[in-house]
Design a protein around this ligand. Structure first.
Ligand SMILES: Nc1ncnc2c1ncn2[C@@H]1O[C@H](COP(=O)(O)OP(=O)(O)OP(=O)(O)O)[C@@H](O)[C@H]1O
Ligand SMILES: [Mg+2]
Length: 640
């Protein structure tokens, strides 16, 4: 009976322990975690391959950006060389080397040559910047498009996850994943490709220039590479899991906040604003602690690298200064070296700085792959036959069904068999928790049974493509769900192509037309999230109209009229009987008077069929049904 969440320090400690436990079991892909989710630690290499596959259509744009980056970076290598020429051979007294073109300074005076070289450098810089900007634009556009694609793929996948997984993720959690994580993946184009590529080109370019002038310098530069490699490798294994943990916490926080605002009426009714705020603060506190911890890990690498530049410069000044003094290098050479050394170290420092951001983005990619890697609902029976609606009769047979909800071994349906010929109505009655809604969930194939089969026209529904099968259904659920939008949009949800006349006709069947016309904007009235601006009965009538318009072959009405007064119920009942004619119907009702004309009444108790028959048969039988009817009518009842 734990009713209070742990203190945030406690939770932070648990999170740290989990982190180090994860690190110890690193690389055990698919090893189940406590809550049944597979634990994954993808290598950078696997993430990279996955990312290339994800960027798909943006590859040409990315290649173009990389090409411009190469070109502009190489152009950027020219100005320091010009500086050397100016210092040594124009301003200084060194002779113009005989091996160079334009013998004897091309016949120009030193002043003119100075001007020419400066203008040339300026032009090169401008061209370089323009090309650079163009490439960045291409990369930015690709980033946004990849963001869009990844978000769409993640969304497409998330809406097809098994229902219990969707419930586990919670609506706010999915929103967080789609917005934060899937959105961040696009930024990898810069973090993973564009910036590193530019750094590599600049690194190799300046190394080549250095080697050309003095090969010993090249060796010094190369000695840096193993240092880069090893510091990064150990560091990455530390930091990415931390970023993952931060993102997981943020997802939970978003889920929790969404829920609080979704249940605002309950929060207020029970005066829980303060404690909900405290809960929010506690979760935020955990997030903050995790973020601050990862801040330190992120800065370590930066500090290390920020030391490298002064150290490298000092080493070069020592080596180069001695070379100049002993006459083996000119002053222009030394100046040029210093600039190239900066060019060599600068991209490394930039990379180090952005390395933390890159790991954060890779953690996001990792989480997106986790999502995309989860099996879709009924993945094992995917690729079934498409249901041809006009060829469907609508016989439903339940054969010895057994079912338990995922994560709970208790069977809530056990040995249920039922034959419902096409066009007939079967009523499910029984106490709360008996399994009526669950049985309908199996008919709608929201879940697959553990044992037994559901047959449509003699064929197991698992051999049909699930989405095409569900198009046969019309469902009015016990908890009506409406979307924020207009009345018309909500009614047309199942068949957006319906004409206005059809829409109004459906509303009339549901006895909703009259109240809709009294709304401020009639059918164009916006009804708020989950239809908050309507009464419970009005919501139910919209849900019925929505099912009517879908023109289903199989109709499931789960307490469809429970929120209506007797008069409205009677009005709807007439419409419903018209609707139910010719369709196979499953009707659940607590108010037994509404189902007495059903072709078959099934009494469920603890997930099992207790008794079946028509109203008259069951009344004559004198069992549980009769007892329930008498309880509701307040005394013995005589037939119809
Ligand atoms: N999503 C779920 N996950 C786990 N268990 C569930 C889930 N939905 C229902 N159950 C359990 O399954 C059992 C049957 O629930 P079901 O909703 O089918 O009852 P019902 O007959 O429709 O009751 P009511 O008349 O109150 O609507 C209940 O014991 C309930 O706790
Ligand atoms: Mg129910």
């Amino acid at each position: 009976m734990q009713r209070r969440p742990a203190a945030s320090r406690e939770r932070f400690r648990t999170a740290l322990e989990k982190l180090s436990a994860d690190r110890r079991s690193k690389g055990v892909a698919g090893k189940p975690e406590e809550n049944g989710k597979p634990r994954r630690q993808r290598s950078t290499w696997r993430l990279l391959r996955g990312f290339f596959e994800l960027v798909g259509g943006q590859r040409p744009a990315i290649l173009f950006a990389l090409a411009t980056a190469t070109f502009s970076t190489l152009l950027g290598l020219i100005p320091p060389a010009t500086t050397k020429i100016i210092v040594d051979h124009v301003v200084g007294s060194e002779p113009w080397p005989a091996s160079w073109p334009f013998a004897d300074r091309g016949g120009l005076s030193r002043h003119d040559l100075l001007l020419v070289l400066i203008v040339a450098t300026l032009v090169i810089s401008i061209v370089k910047s323009t090309i650079h900007l163009w490439g960045r634009w291409a990369a930015t556009r690709a980033t946004k498009r990849v963001q869009l694609t990844v978000r769409r793929r993640a969304f497409d996948h998330a809406v097809r996850l098994p229902l219990h997984r969707v419930h586990e993720l919670k609506s706010g959690g999915v929103a967080s994943l789609l917005r934060e994580d899937a959105g961040t993946v696009g930024e990898l184009i810069f973090g993973l490709l564009y910036n590193p590529w530019r750094a590599i080109v600049q690194l190799l370019g300046s190394l080549a220039v250095l080697a050309w002038v003095d090969w010993q310098l090249l060796l010094g530069g190369l000695a840096l590479l193993p240092v880069v490699y090893f510091t990064h490798r150990t560091w990455i294994s530390q930091i990415r899991p931390q970023y993952r943990a931060v993102r997981n916490t943020r997802q939970d926080l978003d889920a929790q906040t969404t829920e609080t605002f979704g249940g605002m009426r309950v929060v207020r009714a029970f005066g829980r604003q303060k404690s909900e705020a405290a809960r929010f603060v506690r979760s935020n506190d955990l997030l903050t602690r995790q973020e601050l911890r990862v801040w330190w890990a992120a800065r370590m690498i930066e500090v290390l690298w920020s030391l490298l530049i002064p150290l490298g410069t000092a080493a070069l000044l020592w080596y180069g200064g001695n070379q100049v003094m002993s006459g083996r290098l000119s002053l222009g050479d030394l100046m040029m070296f210093l600039v190239y050394l900066l060019m060599l170290l600068e991209p490394l420092a930039t990379l180090a700085e952005s390395a933390a951001a890159l790991q954060n983005n890779l953690a996001a990619l990792d989480r997106v792959f986790d999502l995309l890697g989860e099996p879709r609902e009924f993945a094992s029976t995917a690729g079934g036959m498409l249901v041809r609606r006009d060829a469907v009769r609508g016989d439903i047979v339940l054969e010895d069904l057994a079912f338990a909800y995922p994560g709970n071994p208790r069977h809530v349906i056990e040995q249920v068999s039922l034959v419902v010929p096409a066009g007939q109505t079967v009523a499910l009655v029984g106490p709360s928790g008996a399994g009526k809604t669950t049985l309908c969930n199996l008919v709608a194939r929201f879940y697959d049974p553990l044992a037994g089969r559901v047959l449509l026209d003699g064929v197991d529904i698992r051999s049909y493509d699930v989405e095409s099968y569900r198009r046969l259904l019309g469902i009015v659920e016990q908890d009506v769900f409406l979307f924020d939008g207009t009345v018309a949009e909500n009614i047309a949800f199942g068949r957006p192509s319906a004409s206005d006349a059809e829409l109004i006709a459906a509303a009339e069947v549901a006895n909703a037309d009259e109240f809709i016309r009294q709304l401020p904007n009639g059918y164009d009235t916006v009804i708020g999230e989950r239809g908050v601006k309507l009464s419970g009965g009005q919501r139910q009538r919209l849900a019925i109209a929505r099912a009517v318009l879908a023109d289903p072959k199989i109709l499931i009405l789960d307490e469809a009229t429970s929120n209506l007064d007797s008069e409205s119920e009677q009005l709807i009942q007439q419409g419903l009987s018209r609707l139910m004619a010719g369709r196979t119907c499953f009707v659940i009702a607590h108010r037994l008077s509404t189902i007495r004309h059903a072709d078959q009444i099934v009494v469920l108790q603890d997930g099992r069929v207790w008794e079946t028959g028509t109203h008259d048969e069951l009344m004559a039988h004198g069992g549980r049904y009769r007892w329930m009817v008498e309880l509701q009518t307040g005394g013995p009842v005589v037939g119809t």
